[in-house]
Design a protein. Structure first.
Length: 286
């Protein structure tokens, strides 16, 4: 069975261990950080581990997604983690990763969100001018105030300032959208959200879905994922979102809370089954 469903895998041991887990789960692709969640420090990979991964594991996956660390905040001029970004993307290229997912970050205190968007656009233009090996993907986020990219309208201002829009794509996170204030748990709210995304970004620019459930309520701006189908969005609406006709071929990453591998396997298999069957009538018209 062909699958468009992958998993975010925590690097608790080595990259090889993560790849072996992805193989056990029969994932077509996976996502990971290159930083330790406890400390935020960049994980060191030996030359031998990199060579082993590239020669023996890389070809098993159709794509590989690096999620940029939370130290990276390119919407600021100072303390923006740009060196961390450079190190991470250089390592990703050595490992033949295909995509890098970025949060836009948050504007500096004392400035406006619009100024943060302009700073982020300048940083992206500098990167995109020379980068062709890895596709950069901007993800919608959960937080309010000076955070860039939680409000989908932010992406309109961003795209207007991007010199190479054809090199940039977007990630839609269902839980982030929900806790920011887009009601993904109702047909009407979901339709309105997807219509907004199509108008502002264009659904053709959405090249990855983070299909996540939320344990926090709509509008709370608190990013805490629930076990898939057991949160406040619920499986029926997540299924509806993932099988929308204009998103039906978009790869999906599940970012689950800490679970046993057998639980992860069960959820991946369940989502794989329903994403391989597109309803004749999805109930959404754009």
């Amino acid at each position: 069975m062909n699958s468009r469903v992958g998993l975010h895998i925590r690097l608790t041991d080595t990259l090889i261990a993560a790849a072996e887990k992805a193989v056990r789960l029969q994932l077509p692709f996976f996502q990971c950080f290159f930083t330790r969640q406890e400390t935020g420090s960049l994980i060191s990979f030996t030359d031998q581990e990199i060579a082993l991964f590239v020669t023996q594991y890389r070809e098993r996956f159709s794509a590989l997604y690096l999620h940029g660390s939370y130290w990276i905040n390119l919407a600021r001029v100072k303390n923006n983690g740009y060196r961390s970004f450079q190190r991470e993307i250089a390592l990703a290229k050595r490992l033949s990763f295909t995509h890098m997912v970025l949060h836009a970050g948050s504007a500096q205190r004392g400035s406006t969100k619009q100024e943060g968007i302009a700073i982020f656009a300048r940083a992206l233009n500098k990167i995109l001018k020379h980068e062709s090996d890895i596709q950069l993907m901007i993800e919608n986020t959960a937080h309010a105030n000076l955070s860039v990219g939680s409000d989908i309208h932010d992406f309109k201002l961003l795209l207007e300032q991007i010199d190479y829009p054809e090199k940039l794509s977007f990630v839609l996170d269902s839980a982030h959208a929900y806790v920011y204030g887009y009601d993904m748990s109702s047909h009407e709210g979901q339709d309105a959200f997807l219509q907004l995304v199509d108008t502002i970004i264009g659904l053709h620019r959405v090249n990855l879905i983070h299909l996540n459930d939320s344990s926090k309520p709509c509008g709370s701006c608190i990013d805490k994922h629930a076990i898939f189908g057991e949160g406040l969005i619920g499986e029926p609406l997540l299924r509806r979102f993932a099988t929308h006709p204009k998103l039906a071929s978009v790869p999906i990453i599940l970012e689950l809370p800490l679970l046993a591998e057998e639980q992860e396997k069960t959820i991946v298999q369940r989502v794989t089954r329903f994403t391989n069957v597109i309803p004749a009538e999805a109930g959404i018209h754009l």
